[in-house]
Design a protein around this ligand. Structure first.
Ligand SMILES: O=C(O)CCC(=O)C(=O)O
Ligand SMILES: [Fe+2]
Length: 316
């Protein structure tokens, strides 16, 4: 087995000390990371982002958190977890965060040429005693191979104290919408969780600041309580294969376009660019739908779902 098993969490496969200052993943890292994502549904690459970049982004995000929690439009994922779009401005548009040199080739290796980025957001765990239900980040009759990968960038060290995500490794390999409490929910049925716990229980890994996490969207996981006073911010970016046909477009200010277009990554931003004057990243509408119907107008989306169910319903 070519993969180093983490001492603290057998089965979790991080890559220690690879990254900063290098041009991208070696062939060996590609092989190991892709194998880990295929088998476990998740890989952690430590030391994948310059800490100065992580600190600069985190500093701004913590300030933004104070603002966001008081806005009526803020999207809560649970009582203690908000969606938080990172600042999108030239000063903090770091290439190793927004088009990471390790993530790009690994994503392209799994999703095919020019993976599409259509979700650019973040999760902030606020001080709270509440946890999320165990869920997959999807609610449709999805395919049984990898069609979506989320990249998280840890902006602070994530621990059990501040709510490192609970992950149920390997669950992506044998899950369907029938495992969900209902077809329009991501939450997994409690009896299936108990059965899985006996096979391979969930873990909460300690993840160093500056790590990059790649997770298959089908993997069962849950946001956990942050018992500390310091928000736990992480960036969350979701990618689909170009062949999936997701049509969601990010709204980004025109002044970051030259930077995004100069990124060396194979990842393509699905974006429309708007006047930076008055652009407020904190008031962007939450828009998440990883299905091939994602981004269609409401009535067309409903028709897409009907047809998809008719055509594929019995298979998925
Ligand atoms: O913030 C986290 O640790 C995970 C949050 C999450 O899984 C979600 O909101 O879907
Ligand atoms: Fe989630």
């Amino acid at each position: 087995m070519p993969i180093a098993i983490h001492e603290q969490h057998p089965g979790l496969r991080p890559y220690l000390g690879r990254g900063v200052g290098r041009g991208g993943p070696s062939q060996q890292t590609m092989l190991e990371a892709i194998t880990a994502i295929a088998e476990d549904g998740l890989v952690i690459l430590e030391n994948a982002v310059e800490l100065a970049h992580v600190d600069a982004l985190n500093e701004q995000m913590v300030k933004d958190t104070m603002d966001l929690v008081n806005r009526a439009t803020t999207h809560f994922n649970s009582a203690g977890n908000i969606s938080q779009v990172p600042p999108i401005r030239p000063e903090t548009m770091f290439e190793d965060i927004f088009a990471n040199q390790f993530a790009g080739p690994i994503l392209e290796g799994m999703l095919g040429p020019k993976p599409v980025l259509w979700y650019l957001n973040g999760n902030t765990a606020l001080k709270s005693e509440s946890r999320q239900d165990v869920h997959a980040d999807l609610a449709w009759r999805h395919m049984h191979h990898t069609f979506g990968l989320v990249v998280n960038i840890m902006l602070v060290e994530a621990t059990k104290e501040n709510g490192t995500t609970e992950v149920w490794l390997g669950t992506h390999r044998n899950t369907t919408i029938a495992d969900h409490v209902s077809e329009d929910s991501g939450a997994i049925k409690p009896d299936l969780l108990e059965a899985r716990r006996a096979v391979r229980p969930p873990i909460q890994a300690r993840i160093p600041k500056g790590s990059l996490i790649i997770r298959d969207l089908r993997l069962w996981h849950a946001g956990m309580p942050n018992h500390t006073d310091i928000p736990r911010c992480m960036v969350a970016m979701v990618h689909s294969p170009a062949w999936l046909g997701n049509k969601i477009r990010l709204k980004l200010p025109e002044n970051v376009r030259p930077m995004i277009e100069s990124f060396k990554s194979p990842i393509r931003y699905s974006a429309e660019y708007v006047d930076p004057e008055g652009f407020d990243h904190l008031s962007l509408a939450f828009n998440y739908d990883p299905s091939p119907g994602g981004g269609l107008p409401k009535d067309e989306r409903a028709e897409w779902a009907r047809q998809w169910k008719q055509k594929w319903g019995s298979r998925f």
